[in-house]
Design a protein around this ligand. Structure first.
Ligand SMILES: [Zn+2]
Length: 284
């Protein structure tokens, strides 16, 4: 079922001049926090600004201000080839603010992206800067348009574009920002120093959850003093040498579910198995 659109027309638009839109551009409104107050702002012609649609925290409804057949006034040189939506939020929001406090807004925006993509046959893929500024067909944020788009920074560095694309494609909505948690959570490696097999160096295993074992993540080791150890993954062995206060990353290969760390024998202080080596997993 199509999302409801509340029509609040703006006088700020012009003809697309025969151009069929092939870019879907997302913005943050940086002021209005409801689709109604945004509509009031766009309804005032002296503001000289508009957007096709707007999304706020109310479930399953969008504001519509300029019909998709006309060019709205929101991204400078890219108005004719773009359909545009304002999220009633701020570029300063963090990823967790978006995901945990404005999930409805993301859902509404994702539904809008899906509807526009279906209408114009635009692929639901995130464009990088050069694709967005060139002939790329897909979804971008205002910031991706660079100076030709007016040099704006929205939707901000915390905007969860990956999640928006996933929801627009119809993926299940994430209930929690798992990767953020993983990146924030540092693990202290605990080695089996009491290994009864004396020929084996102390070792520990790190289980890699499915979503982090798809070849897109790395595991970063840090130590406050010099350390040497071996990291074993499905890609083989990596010898790691950390200087004092050093840190190094090892890629987690696609399909690798367990990373094993083996210590070289003589560099451990008393106090094993609580080693001074820490690890965290992050995106490559
Ligand atoms: Zn913008």
């Amino acid at each position: 079922m199509a999302i409801k659109r509340k029509w609040m027309p703006s006088p700020c638009y012009h003809s697309r001049g025969g151009i069929k839109p092939y870019k879907i551009i997302l913005h943050t409104a940086e002021g209005a926090t409801t689709i109604e107050s945004l509509g009031n702002f766009f309804a005032n012609g002296s503001n000289q600004v508009s957007s096709q649609c707007g999304a706020d925290d109310k479930k399953d409804i969008l504001g519509e201000y300029v019909s998709r057949g006309n060019a709205a006034w929101t991204q400078a040189a890219y108005n004719e080839e773009s359909v545009s939506l304002e999220l009633c939020g701020f570029a300063s929001w963090s990823r967790s603010t978006w995901l945990n406090q404005h999930s409805n807004m993301l859902d509404n925006a994702a539904t809008w992206v899906r509807e526009e993509a279906n209408h114009y046959g635009i692929p639901i893929v995130a464009l990088n800067n050069s694709q967005a500024q060139g002939g790329g067909r897909g979804v971008a944020q205002h910031v991706n348009l660079g100076s030709g788009g007016g040099g704006h920074v929205d939707c901000g560095g915390g905007f969860p574009m990956d999640e928006l694309i996933k929801r627009a494609k119809g993926g299940s909505a994430a209930q929690e920002p798992e990767l953020v948690l993983w990146e924030d959570r540092m693990m202290w490696l605990v080695f089996d120093a009491g290994n009864p097999d004396a020929s084996e160096a102390p070792a520990c295993c790190i289980a890699i959850p499915n979503e982090l074992s798809r070849g897109k993540h790395k595991i970063r080791f840090a130590c406050r003093r010099q350390a040497d150890f071996r990291v074993l993954t499905t890609a083989g062995k990596t010898e790691v040498h950390l200087e004092q206060e050093g840190a190094l990353s090892v890629e987690i290969p696609d399909g690798c579910r367990v990373v094993t760390v083996k210590l070289d024998s003589d560099q451990l202080a008393p106090g094993v198995p609580v080693s001074p080596i820490s690890a965290c997993i992050s995106e490559k």
